[in-house]
Design a protein around this ligand. Sequence first.
Ligand code: BGP
Length: 467
Amino acid sequence: MELHKNFLWGGSTAANQYEGAYLANGKGLSIADVEMGSRHGIPREIHESVKDDKYYPSHEGVDFYHHYKEDIALFAEMGFTCFRLSINWPRIFPKGDEEIPNEEGLAFYDKVFDELISYGIEPIVTLSHYETPLHLVHTYGSWRSRELITFFERFCEVVFKRYKNKVRYWLTFNEINETLNQKQPYHQAGIVFNDLQENQIQTKFTACHNMFVASAKAVIKAHEINPNCKVGCMLQYPTTYPATCKPNDVFAARVHLMPDYYCGDVMCYGYYSNTCTALQKRWGGSLQVSEEDAKILQDGKVDFISFSYYFSSIASLDKNDNLEVKNSNPYLERTDWDWPIDPMGLRIGLNELYDRYQLPLFIVENGLGAIDKIEEDGSIRDDYRIAYLASHIEAMKDAITIDDVDVMGYACWGPIDIVSVGTGEMRKRYGFIYVDKDDEGKGTMKRRKKKSFTWYKKVIRTNGVDT
Ligand code: BGP
């Protein structure tokens, strides 16, 4: 059995890690623009002011803003049929709460989408990938506030109308479930916890609810403006195994997935399921959903599920019912960043998500972050990256052809080297295309094809047959 002929192949990026030009042509600051990199031993964290540019990786990214033609030509050469990017929200609404959008920001994405379309590449557009306008963070407390729903709705309406003839696939919030999982969910929800008195659990549930309503309103609006478009949610899927066959550990694996299903359930079923209320109880939070919101959630269910998958985890419960999650699965090799390499985990994740939701799935992130070496002859022989991707593509094919899971496409993370979100470094590279820039921000930004470039081209040409 083969993959269907319209299967989408490509790669994924995010504006804050790729575009650079952080203040160009009227763009405002996003929360990512005040997030320092972790180089020089300084932990990656949010600072209130932008003092020293070189510590802020999003300011320059790898300058897609000025290299988009060259980069898209390289993606086209590999045969991409889709390319995922995010619209940098403060490029369109510099502060986030103004009424009139920034025309120059809109014009930039017109050029990018036109370029993609000229090669027959379908843009897959994330509406919010860690780029909440900083002004909304400072003035409203970000997604703690319902007011953000209105601002996000306005942003969505503007871009849906503007690009309705160019973009068919939209994703609402990148890895929305990480709002619940992260200690400081500033990437996902623009929230930094400074006040020790704040009930963080309650804030996370409230922020998620506001984002769910915003996501549902975006789905409704997008369908109204273009009935042919498809809007998906975006989850990080952490396939989880019990650490042992002890029944408590088996239950622990389920418990670990609860925050992920919490978000998936609301956006796919359109209501708070028993898993959601069970998690609220488990964490000691609560939520009152108004009739009006309940209707919006029901009317704004997503059309498909996009997700990221990098590695699996193992879970156990201790005597006091506390969850312990580790990445020390003895059966798996690890990456340079200690992430377990587990292609079967992808097949399992695809099965679990499809069984639960019966919606088409789109793998929009998967890949190997590694340190690449340039050989004397200038080549980069990234066989480790090819091995990682080939094994995951094979696992995906098994899920499709053997397990009958409906998968729309595969867009691996960072088809060109971009800044790492976790560390702010350049040396954690995912790309088929190398970019000459180091952790100090030095380099020519010159693009260079790696060995994996030719390999991925062959995979796409054969629609995944030849990996
Ligand atoms: C995901 C994010 C991406 C991306 C990826 C890899 O969580 O959606 O933005 O960066 O992780 O992570 P890292 O860059 O830390 O290797």
